[in-house]
Structure formats: structure tokens, C-alpha cells
Ligand binder design. Structure first.
Ligand code: SRM
Ligand code: SF4
Length: 603
């Protein structure tokens, strides 16, 4: 198999493919734009390149009536969600100095800074790197942040699996040198206005409007073309010249906990232990081909759970990770970005074919997958004992937004705690956080600091709220069709009221909302999922389960915000009256209400 065999220069390639081919350094013209004070944003082409550097160009959608006010979202890479105290303090400070004074915990255990203007980008990016974090490959057509179970009490294997997650993250990182030249060394920052020739601009059909792209192997990167002359082509050893056809996501899980939603990832590693020695990690079951993004009205796009491919011992980890990534690189669809995720390769070519492909690339045979038994998902809240004798505190963070409000100054409280006690912070895949490694003599003071700032450690929120997630959507996300993070809290007020009225106040229902069908808060795995369809309108999905191993199904389409409870009240009532002992809402809905709907409603 030749490298990037599918990346030919045929006209059918998507616009992003031509961009990457044109400038594999991923530098674009961003250094020049950064150095030009007259510009408040990057060009359309560079908007794609900056993603590989962990940056999204956005505009404040609340202010669109007065024009586009450009700002940036920066996402970092936090394998397994582990944030040492010295990093946390810098991240917190950067949010205040350059962002909108909030830190956003993502659904993949990373941080995002929102509302950064162009002049803040340089210092923010440099500082993130100075504390040995990175934003490289947090976005873009590359392997994204690697998720892993971070809760120290759930298994003796947590630290070992976290180490493996860091290893895979490091091994799958692209080696794009432009990142460091621009953001860390700053050597590219003096190029403003010094270019001798413009870079190729692509037209709406994806074809070059000016000079054609350099021919394959011509050896000219257009990045930095200027007084210092053309730079040699940057060809990443793993990714080749054009990186992946699309984003690539990896997660680890340790049964019985599926807190990372491992089946929704392109690549999943499920820890397998010797049943007689549960502390002994034997290896991993390999999962491949999960993914959730879809588009309304486009049946060619759909959420998909990963297939179970086989088992391999620990030593094979990096080889298998690279085998799966390069299979995506070589077989993913580079002509249509809506069809470019690895899940479509698995869907169309099948798990058996894929297994053979992985074996050839990894250089060894996989065994049959070992039994694995997932029982639950979600986080632990409040104080808990760690295996090493210290304690950790699980804190619910509404929609992952670490911020201060008049009632609750979570951001200030966390800063004070981390400053004073040098506590490690861990981010969970459900957008919550853990303060870990707390000594017995620190516990009371931490509880007191939180209480002073309106943050309880007991009864932090009702069960239904604690099990909820929302994506950011408005006003930052350019793809949002409806509110999400700003609407879900008030909808949960209604849920809490309804459940209390029905005598179900203590019941947990996994509720997730997104502002569009891309599925960033994994709504298709929720017991009740809301997916934005248009302003104030949501498609409602029911039937996910506690192990997060079942996709839910559409129950109602285009429900107005104010009608949501009216649609759900009868189902909640039936659940109360007809459920089997201990039956969760999602299981009940799948067994009854959805079974009564003959075919999935059209999207
Ligand atoms: Fe996502 C695009 C936010 C997890 C599927 N996602 C976006 C963008 C960058 C919008 C854009 O492209 O302009 C959103 C930025 C909004 C903002 O203002 O911050 C965005 N995605 C997020 C985060 C922050 C949501 C959150 O609530 O935390 C998550 C960041 C994770 C991280 O740290 O890397 C996030 N996105 C996900 C997930 C869940 C997951 O990975 O576990 C999914 C579904 C799983 C999957 O990938 O299939 C997801 N995001 C998408 C898609 C659809 C991709 C597809 O295959 O169709 C897009 C759109 C795209 O890529 O074109 C998208
Ligand atoms: Fe934006 Fe849609 Fe993702 Fe929400 S689900 S953050 S609206 S892309």
C-alpha cells in the first residue's frame, strides 16, 4: 500500500484535501496575518490550517446584527484529562486575561478558551506551550485528544491505562514544525508583508484560482515563501503529505465503567484483565469505527457504534494504534468530508476486512476479542477514597463551564484551592472535574473554600442534572442551529420539577443536548437526547442506556422548546407506572414507546 494512495490530485478531491496538499506544513499565511495589526481574522484558507494548531475562528453570534465580531476558540490537548496544578493556574489566568473569563471543559477531557481576539492569540498559545501543554492537533484532520478514565477510585488500572493513553497520544501526534515556529519560537512572526508571491487561493469548486498547486513531490511548501526562499516540503512520517481525510478520535475504557463513551470513537481500547488477577492488565480489545456526527436530512450520514475487532497484548498498543490510523489515512474518503470518517470505511468494508488490514499493518495477528462487561457510565461526585490512601473530590460543572456567577464562584474557588494546596485537576469525559491526591489534612479546607464560594460538595445537583451534558452552541459555535449550553439549565429546571411532581426526584436520567446534529455532547447515546434543528426547535431522541452501548432513536422531530415537557410528560408518567423493577428510563423507552413507533421518523 503506497502512502496516501487515495490522495491523488484528481478534481474530485475535497477543498480541504487540496489545501493540505498545497501546504503540508500547515502554516498557511497565518504568521503574516498575525503580524498585521490591520487584520482581525484569518483568510478562509487559513481558517482551515489554524484548526490543526488548535484554533477555531469564530464570531460572536449574539452581535451579528452589528456585523461580524471575530474572535477565536482555542482548544488544548490533555490526554486522559490530567492537568497538573501549575498548568491549571496558567490556564485559569489565560482565560481571564485573554478569553471570556471562563474555562470550558470539553466532552473529550480538554480545555477550551473562548472569546480570544487576534492580539491575544500569540501570548495565549505561547504560554500554554511554556507550561508544557499543547494545542497542536487538538483540532484538524489528525488524531485528537486521547480520552481515558481519569477517576482514581474506579479501578487499580487507572494510572497504567492513563500512561498508555499518553503514549498513544504522543505517538499519534503530527510533527508539524510550523506550529513551534509560529507559536513558540515566534520565528515566523516577522514575515508580515514580505511575501513575494501569494499562496494559491481555491475557488468554491475547490479548484485553484491562481497558480496550480505544486505537483506531488515537487518539494515546494508554500508556507513561508518569502525573502528567505521556499522551505522544503514537510512530510509527516505517520500522516504523509495530506494528513487524514478527517478527524480521528481515540479513547480507552476500563470495564465495568464506560465513562469515555468508548464505542463512539474511531479507535477504542478496552482494558482486559486476568479474571483471577484483576490488577493485571493483559492487553486490550480493539474497537474501531465509532462516530456520531450526522446532518439533518442526509441519510448518508449517521451515528455509528464501533465494531469489536479483536484482542492484542499490551506490547502491541502503538503498532495497533498506528495501523488503525493509517488505515483511515489510506481508505477514508477524501472527496466528501461528510463521508470521510473512519466509521464509513468500517460500515462499507466490514469488520473482518478491517481486522485483516490492521493485522497486516501492525505486523501480527489479533486474537478473538475477550469478554468485556460494561455496567455504567458517568462520574463520581463528592469525596472519595483513592487506591493510594489519599482522597479525591468529584465536582459537577454545569455544561463544563468553569466560571463565576453571583451565586457560585467556581472559577475563583478552584484557583484558590489549586494555589494553596497544589492539587491536581482531572477533567472527565462528562465535562466535570476531579480534584485528586488530596491529603486528609487538606480536605476540610477545600470543602470550606468551595462553600465560601457557593459550591457545595454534598448534594451538588439533582441526579438528572448531574448526568447531563450540553455542547457550547450559541453564541460561539458557527454551526449551532439552536441554543444548547444556555438553554439546557432551564430545561433541567422543568425536568426537576416534573420528576418531583411524579415522585421520581431521585431518579437519574442521562440527558444531553446539542445545538446541531454534529453530536458534540454525544446526544445519540443519552436516555433523552435533544438535537437542535432550528432556533427553538429540537429533535428529541430516547433510548440510550446506562452502559452507553446503544444508540437512541428519534422520538419526535422539530419540537418547540416550550413544548418539550408536554411531549415528554406522558412518557415519564408511563415509566413511573409501567416500568419493571429498577428499569431505567432509556431501557423503558426503548422497550415500550419506541417499539410502538413503526419506523424511525424521517430526519
Ligand atoms: Fe465537536 C465541530 C465543539 C466533541 C462532532 N465541535 C465542532 C466545533 C469545532 C464547531 C466548528 O467546527 O466550527 C465546535 C466548537 C464549539 C465551540 O464554540 O466551542 C465543537 N466538540 C465540541 C466540544 C467543545 C463540545 C463540548 O460540549 O465539549 C467537544 C470538544 C472535544 C475535544 O476536546 O476535542 C466536541 N464533537 C465532539 C464529539 C464528542 C466526542 O468526540 O466524544 C463529537 C461526536 C463524535 C464524533 O466525532 O463523531 C463531535 N464536532 C463534531 C462534528 C461532526 C463530525 C462528523 O463526523 O460529522 C463537527 C463538525 C465538523 O467536524 O465538521 C464538530
Ligand atoms: Fe456546535 Fe453542533 Fe458541536 Fe454544538 S453539536 S458545539 S452546535 S457543532
Amino acid at each position: 500500500m503506497s502512502e496516501n494512495s487515495s490522495a491523488s490530485t484528481t478534481p474530485a478531491l475535497s477543498k480541504n484535501e487540496l489545501l493540505k496538499q498545497n501546504d503540508p506544513s500547515l502554516a498557511g499565511d497565518m504568521a503574516a496575518t498575525l503580524a498585521d495589526p490591520a487584520l482581525d481574522r484569518f483568510s478562509a484558507d487559513d481558517e482551515q490550517f489554524i484548526k490543526f494548531h488548535g484554533i477555531y475562528q469564530q464570531d460572536d453570534r449574539d452581535r451579528r446584527k452589528t456585523g461580524k465580531h471575530y474572535q477565536f476558540m482555542i482548544r488544548n490537548r490533555v490526554p486522559g484529562g490530567i492537568v497538573p496544578p501549575e498548568q491549571y493556574l496558567v490556564f485559569d489566568d489565560l482565560a481571564t486575561r485573554y478569553g471570556n473569563d471562563t474555562l470550558r471543559i470539553t466532552s473529550r477531557q480538554a480545555f477550551q478558551w473562548h472569546g480570544v481576539v487576534k492580539t491575544g492569540l500569540g501570548p495565549l498559545m505561547r504560554r500554554i506551550n511554556e507550561v508544557l501543554s499543547t494545542t497542536l492537533a487538538a483540532c484538524g484532520d489528525v488524531a485528537r485528544n486521547v480520552m481515558a478514565p481519569a477517576t482514581p477510585a474506579t479501578s487499580v488500572l487507572v494510572e497504567q491505562v492513563l500512561a498508555d493513553a499518553r503514549l498513544v497520544s504522543e505517538e499519534l501526534l503530527p510533527r508539524a514544525t510550523a506550529y513551534h515556529q509560529i507559536w513558540v519560537d515566534g520565528t515566523e512572526l516577522n514575515l508580515a508583508g514580505e511575501r513575494e508571491e501569494p499562496r494559491t487561493t481555491l475557488g468554491p469548486d475547490g479548484q485553484p484560482l491562481s497558480a496550480p498547486p505544486p505537483a506531488e513531490g515537487e518539494g515546494v511548501s508554500r508556507c513561508g515563501a518569502g525573502p528567505r526562499g521556499a522551505k522544503p516540503v514537510v512530510e509527516d512520517a505517520l500522516y504523509g503529505r495530506t494528513y487524514l481525510p478527517r478527524k480521528f478520535k481515540t479513547a480507552f475504557a476500563i470495564p465495568p465503567l464506560n465513562d469515555t463513551d468508548v464505542f463512539t470513537n474511531c479507535l477504542g481500547f478496552v482494558a482486559i484483565v486476568d479474571p483471577a488477577h484483576p490488577e493485571q492488565l493483559l492487553g486490550y480489545n480493539l474497537l474501531a469505527g465509532g462516530g456520531l456526527g450526522m446532518s439533518h436530512g442526509n441519510k448518508e450520514t449517521f451515528p455509528r457504534l464501533a465494531d469489536v475487532i479483536g484482542f492484542f497484548p499490551c506490547e502491541g498498543l502503538v503498532a495497533v494504534a498506528k495501523a488503525v490510523l493509517t488505515a483511515h489515512r489510506d481508505f477514508g474518503d477524501r472527496t466528501n468530508r461528510k463521508h470521510a470518517r473512519l466509521k464509513y470505511v468500517l460500515e462499507e468494508r466490514g469488520a473482518n476486512w478491517f481486522r485483516g488490514e490492521v493485522e497486516v499493518r501492525a505486523g501480527f495477528k489479533l486474537d478473538e476479542a475477550r469478554p468485556m462487561n460494561f455496567q455504567k457510565q458517568g462520574d463520581l461526585f463528592g469525596w472519595h477514597q483513592q487506591a493510594d490512601g489519599s482522597r479525591f473530590l468529584g465536582l459537577y460543572v454545569e455544561a463544563g463551564r468553569v466560571k463565576n456567577t453571583p451565586e457560585r464562584q467556581l472559577k475563583i474557588a478552584l484557583r484558590r484551592i489549586v494555589e494553596k494546596h497544589r492539587i491536581e485537576v482531572r477533567l472527565t469525559p462528562s465535562q466535570n472535574l476531579l480534584l485528586t491526591g488530596v491529603r486528609a489534612d487538606q480536605q476540610a479546607d477545600i470543602t470550606a473554600i468551595l462553600a465560601e464560594h457557593g459550591v457545595p460538595v454534598e448534594n451538588q445537583a439533582a441526579a438528572v442534572r448531574r448526568a447531563s451534558m450540553a455542547c457550547p452552541s450559541m453564541p460561539t459555535c458557527g454551526l449551532g442551529l439552536a441554543e444548547s449550553e444556555r438553554f439546557l439549565p432551564s430545561l433541567l429546571d422543568q425536568f426537576e420539577h416534573e420528576l418531583a411532581t411524579l415522585g421520581l426526584a431521585d431518579e437519574e436520567i442521562i440527558v444531553r443536548m446539542t445545538g446541531c446534529p454534529n453530536g458534540c455532547a454525544r446526544p445519540y447515546m443519552a436516555e433523552i437526547g435533544f438535537v437542535g434543528r432550528a432556533p427553538n426547535k429540537y429533535n428529541v431522541y430516547l433510548g440510550g442506556n446506562e452502559t452507553s452501548m446503544r444508540l437512541n432513536r428519534e422520538f419526535r422531530a422539530s419540537v418547540k422548546s416550550e413544548e418539550i415537557m408536554n411531549e415528554l410528560r406522558p412518557v415519564l408518567l408511563r415509566w413511573r407506572d409501567e416500568r419493571q423493577p429498577g428499569e431505567r428510563f432509556g431501557d423503558f423507552a426503548m422497550r415500550t414507546v419506541l417499539a410502538e413507533i413503526p419506523a424511525p421518523a424521517t430526519a
